[in-house]
Design a protein around this ligand. Sequence first.
Ligand code: HSE
Length: 300
Amino acid sequence: DKVHVFAPATVANMVCGFDVLGFALHEPGDEVVIRRAGEPGVRLVNITGDEGRLPREVSRNTVSASVISFLQYIGRCDIGIEIELHKHMPIGSGLGSSAASTVAGLYAVNKLLGSPLSRRELLPFAMEGEELACGHGHADNVAPALLGGITLIRGYNPLDVVALPAPPALHASVVFPHVDVPTRDARQMIRTKVALQDAVTQWGNVAGLVAGLFRNDYELIGRSMQDVLIEPTRAILIPEFYEMRRLAIDAGALSFGISGSGPSVFAFAQNAEQANGITSVIQAHLTAQGIGSHGYMSKI
Ligand code: HSE
């Protein structure tokens, strides 16, 4: 009576699609082990890899809190559940760290109980975890972490999630510079009112990106991945952001932008070698500036 689940890191926003677009990476990610226990109630029995940063109280930890909501919904608060969380990815990195943990926990508990809910039906519980983690229940990390691939949140009320195709050669280069940018802060700093002209530019880009994904048009994907609303504000929190962009584009990147709320950045490339090259050139630049980093590469 034990289920062991891995859920991946995700890149939210995809530059122009704030809160509506995201995709899953192959690595890094988090692991959750869920076990039945004799005594009723949900317990966090072991958390590793978080350097003591995550809450140990079941009502404040996103994994246990979302598992409790799920159990309440399916009417099984009578059972005992033990949770182990093994983090293999940085917290506050902009790579959907809380989403990976929460999704792994929900998927595991649902599986342990014979899959009473579908993957999509688990999404609202995962969004509650995001609300707890950063004060807002956005779905652009939890949806791709749960469903894989690229996802569009067409609407939040009611929730309407659409899976999007990925062109066969699309790869992502991801770099996490070792500076802390909590999502809560990176959300509070952005403007909540936008100019109509900027909105027109932004939705043109979102539509262009989606069209490019369907048409396998790498050039259209690249020129659509521009953000006039959020990036100019958030880029201030990320050291060397514009220099990293210049280096990525010089190394052949189709696009470059912030992953989620940062500080991680990502670029799209048309093959694994190019994506690895972009990751290396960005990391070498950060090292020269005295900033440590982690680099990842993933086929989409
Ligand atoms: N869409 C969210 C944001 C993602 O940009 O704040 C956070 O990872």
